[in-house]
Write a protein that binds this ligand. Structure first.
Ligand code: DOR
Ligand code: ZN
Length: 346
């Protein structure tokens, strides 16, 4: 039995670092585990231009202890009014790594998101011309569509026509949760379609949200699906698909915002991200495929160099804290109070 695993330093291709006191609390744990991270732009107000992204990047770097080697990769929040010239300028100057498509009202701070792909057609034209990836929150917001079907319907109604209309556009299906999304990624291995998978969607199904009562800390978007979907997504990940990569979607909210009559969506996993995933690969007898998922597939998709350096995990109990202090309050981590089977060695 393998008890110690050293892999190339990994990257997290989907994080929410927030701003202010929350940023100061959550940026260091992500930088401890990962060499780079794709930073989501859904601040309030959102990061919609180059100047805002440069200022946010500077605040992220200022939130890290001196000497930490971590590269935040910035994204541009698309709106119906995004200027293609601004996107191109941001990408060509190395400020923007990608653009994020939030369908309007699909999730946290998405009110300024895109109401129809037609509105961003000139932006998508520019992006495919320069090879800039589009990161997609793949859920429709049509109130007639059941919340558990929003991802699968998005693939049919929005993603498939968009890929036909923009045949060179590179797309990451963020935080996939369904058998349909996993199959779509597996059917498109050629380097044009990527997908990220969170730790929670590998571990929990929708029962977790209702286990003995309402469980706000198991609520995120896309919402966890039925067991057959979890199994299908997990098989794609630990089966070693080369276009599927690590993206935690770590999404901290203060406990008061979670425990509310209208609680926020988001699961905070940054403290123990690598350990959560390592446990999954270990359970599936796939530890030999963990490095590809964590440290290689994403960089290759984005056309970035692999990180130098390594991280080491050991098979040893790790207690997940009940809470994590942030500013005046705290965040409750994913699997708080539980013991994980792997631990990163500092
Ligand atoms: O659960 C989620 N939380 N899903 C998202 O898409 C956004 C995120 C957040 O920003 O809190
Ligand atoms: Zn997210």
């Amino acid at each position: 039995m393998l008890d110690r695993l050293t892999i190339r330093r990994p990257d997290d291709w989907h994080v929410h670092l927030r701003d202010g006191a929350m940023l100061k609390a959550v940026a260091p744990p992500t930088a401890r585990q990962f060499g780079r991270a794709i930073v989501m732009p859904n601040l309030s107000p959102p990061v919609t231009d180059v100047a805002a992204a440069e200022a946010y990047r500077a605040r992220i770097l200022a939130a890290l202890p001196a000497g930490v080697n971590f590269v935040p990769l910035m994204t541009c929040y698309l709106t119906d009014a995004t200027d293609p010239a601004e996107v191109r300028r941001g990408f060509e100057s190395g400020v923007f790594t990608a653009c994020k498509l939030y369908p309007a009202h699909a999730t946290t701070n998405s009110a300024h998101g895109v109401t129809s792909i037609a509105h961003i057609a000139p932006v998508l034209e520019a992006m495919q011309a320069i090879g800039m990836p589009l990161l997609v929150h793949g859920e429709v917001t049509d109130p007639a569509v059941d919340i558990f079907d929003r991802e699968a319907v998005f693939i049919d109604r929005v993603l498939t026509p968009m890929l036909a209309d923009f045949p060179a556009l590179k797309v990451v299906m963020e935080h996939i949760t369904t058998a349909e999304a996993a199959a779509f990624a597996l059917d498109n291995p050629g380097g044009r379609i990527g997908a990220t998978v969170t730790p929670q969607h590998l571990v929990i199904n929708r029962n977790a949200i209702f286990a003995g009562g309402l469980r706000p800390h198991a609520y995120c978007l896309p919402v966890a699906k039925r067991e057959a979907h979890r199994v299908a997504v997990r098989a794609a990940v630990t089966g070693g698909a080369r276009n599927i990569f690590l993206g935690t979607d770590t999404a901290p909210h203060m406990v008061e915002a979670k425990l509310s009559a209208c609680g926020c969506a988001g699961i905070f996993s940054a403290l123990t991200a690598l350990e959560l995933y390592a446990e999954v690969f270990d359970q599936d007898d796939a530890l030999d495929r963990f490095e590809g998922f964590a440290s290689e597939n994403g960089a290759r998709f984005y056309g970035l160099p692999l990180n130098e350096g390594t991280v080491t995990l050991e098979r040893a109990p790790l207690d997940v804290p009940e809470q994590f202090g942030a500013g005046e309050s705290h965040v409750v981590p994913f699997r708080a109070g539980e013991t994980l089977a792997w631990r990163m060695v500092d």
